[in-house]
Design a protein around this ligand. Sequence first.
Ligand code: KG4
Ligand code: ZN
Length: 374
Amino acid sequence: MSDAKIIKMDMGNLTGGTAGAVRPTLCLGIESSCDETSAAIVDSNRNILAHIIYSQIPEHQKYGGVVPELAARAHILAIDEVVKQTLAKAGKEFSDVDVIAATAGPGLIGGVLVGWMAATGMAQAAGKPLVAVNHLEGHALVPRLCATVASGAIGDANVEFPYLLMLASGGHCQILLVRGVGNYELIGQTLDDSAGEAFDKVAKMLGLGYPGGPIVDARAKNGNPRAFQFPRPLCDKPGCDFSFSGIKTAARTFLGRVTQPLSDEYINDFCASFQASVVDCIINRLGNAVRDSRVMAAAPRTLVVAGGVAKNSAIRSAMESLAERHNMVFAAPPMNLCTDNGAMIAWAGLENYRIGRVVDSPIAPRPRWPLTEL
Ligand code: KG4
Ligand code: ZN
């Protein structure tokens, strides 16, 4: 993405306050579905006024993954302070906020409950509108808040609907045709693990720590991607679904043969080869997706990657080349908006608020909540 630039788009006539006022709408967004307690104030002119991410990674690291009970407790301890500091950093009073948005699922239900109940309490006490944001929709829409766009053959383009989205996070791996807010068509999905899970599990097998994705990504840069023959599951089959469990099994089999302590060179080659197989699977499935009849009929101009795995350098550059081959523009959120964050929830809150999707009676958060059920 050498020629990448940050784009911001005009949000139309989404303004806050009384009729005729020109000030933008201010949204407080809260995210707590996994191991980040995060809040952000975002306005309808696509400005992120303040954004705080309190990461619990150090608390979960010694267990090699997120412990749901510990996460829920840590969210309870952090949430008030994170919201207070976010308002202070934005230089805003709570009364300045026009709309409140929080993740209402899917995710670890203890954590989701903490953020959602905090948001519900604030909205009810202050009589402010409340938006129940689907966490996956936060990932899916954040490229419209802010994205880096490669200068492609057809020039820079805004991330406008419809777009073809590779959504790859710790919990999900899906190809979606994003037609509009709340309008998602599932083109393909994983039949077993998500890509993020595969990265995390392979890193754990190698004793590299948690979360595994960034460590494997960094190690892969110094390794040989052809050193180990990892499989490319489903790549010889039509369709757009994924399967990563075979890659994980292959990793276990390779490591089972090792009798010596793992050298740095071995780990680097292993990471590079594993990552190459994940990249090949993603590109193969996306190659089929751009030729899918539903996608071709919608003719999206932009190929987008989002979710924590969108931070991966090899996936980004392979997707950029794929987009170029198909005369599409490649777009990705900036790194800090790929992994879980409050800004994506605030933005999805604003996009939903604009079309009147607010909560008018109490709702229960959902541990499972597919995008296609919006
Ligand atoms: O979206 P996210 O923050 O949380 C979920 O909603 O699940 O994604 C977290 C996932 C983890 O599995 C993490 O290992 C992965 O994103 N990840 C990466 C990279 N950075 C984070 N995977 C591959 N390469 C990276 N650079
Ligand atoms: Zn996420």
